[in-house]
Design a binder for this molecule. Structure first.
Ligand SMILES: C[S@@+](CC[C@H](N)C(=O)[O-])C[C@H]1O[C@@H](n2cnc3c(N)ncnc32)[C@H](O)[C@@H]1O
Length: 283
């Protein structure tokens, strides 16, 4: 790249007006709150895009995003805007409850029909694969039980990582040794210690792009359990309520709904009753 262009990009800063245009668009269409304090973060994250596109400054970038050709750029912009922190066995209490109480119950009521799970806001796949590990373990001890997992996110980059199912080895430190051996394949390169989730589990998870703010979700099935953890924390309360209601529309009668540990439905009009902290049942 031309070194002048490169240094111009890094000198360019997002004006208050450009920030307002982008932040309003992101909040209206994707729900993610962008208060003024986020301006520096957004600018830092978007510098990468300017460099990749060889666009000299933010003014031109904003024009491009909102032009007829910019539709595809919005997908890339959302990749850098979204916060994707996640881990295997994050908030382990949920998985303990699943294993010890919920799965035996669902197996009893569902019999031989497939039990369906949705990891909504799945990031790079650690959450749906943790579900897959717990569900596969249960399936092996309980003949007749079977499961499917839908994993959705707004970020195409995260979905691609999830579908590839390749992680740095340090990411699975928390996974018990016996499960590591059973469900992860190690790379042969000692200089690049990575692991891949086994095909048996990969085949159980399907990844799909879905925007919580879309009027229709394009999901034509009902789920027994929905995990929507740590994805709506960046949303305004009224958008959280709207999304939870829409997700509940995809839950079976008496289905189960999980939120992240810092999230709540207090004062929301949603068809859920609390059964444990951050675990709910459809009413
Ligand atoms: C912090 S991660 C949480 C991942 C996982 N559920 C967990 O708890 O570890 C939040 C995810 O929500 C996704 N997200 C944010 N806004 C979204 C939207 N409008 N539609 C769908 N997913 C969205 C982000 O891309 C991100 O991957």
């Amino acid at each position: 790249m031309d070194s002048n262009l490169y240094s111009n990009i890094y000198k360019s800063s997002l004006s208050d007006h450009e920030f307002k245009q982008l932040s309003q668009f992101i909040q209206d269409n994707y729900g993610i709150k962008m208060p003024p304090a986020k301006k520096v973060v957004l600018q830092g994250r978007l510098h990468k895009r300017l460099k990749q596109l060889q666009i000299p400054d933010f003014k031109s970038y904003v024009e491009y995003v909102f032009s007829a050709q910019g539709e595809n750029e919005i997908i890339h912009m959302m990749d850098v805007v979204s916060t994707n922190k996640t881990d295997f066995f994050r908030e382990p209490v949920h998985f303990e409850f699943l294993e010890n109480e919920l799965l035996p119950h669902l197996h009893q009521i569902n019999g031989r029909t497939i039990t369906k799970f949705w990891s909504a806001g799945c990031s790079s796949g650690e959450e749906p694969y943790t579900l897959a590990i717990v569900l596969q373990q249960f399936k092996e001890k309980n003949p007749g039980f079977d499961y499917q997992i839908l994993a959705t996110d707004i970020s195409t980059q995260m979905l691609q990582q999830g579908a590839n199912a390749i992680y740095k080895e340090e990411k699975i430190e928390i996974v018990p040794l016996s499960l590591k051996k059973k469900y992860f394949l190690k790379s042969k390169d000692p200089n690049d210690p990575r692991v891949r989730v086994t095909k048996q589990l990969r085949d159980k998870v399907s990844f799909q792009r879905l925007n919580f703010m879309d009027s229709s979700y394009g999901v034509n099935e009902l789920f027994d359990v929905i995990f929507c953890r740590n994805a709506l924390i960046y949303f305004e309360r009224e958008n959280q309520e709207m999304v939870i209601n829409k997700l509940c529309g995809k839950l079976n009668a008496q289905g189960f709904f999980f939120l992240g540990h810092s999230e709540s439905i207090t004062n929301m009009q949603v068809p859920l009753k609390s059964i444990k902290p951050t675990i709910f049942r459809k009413t």
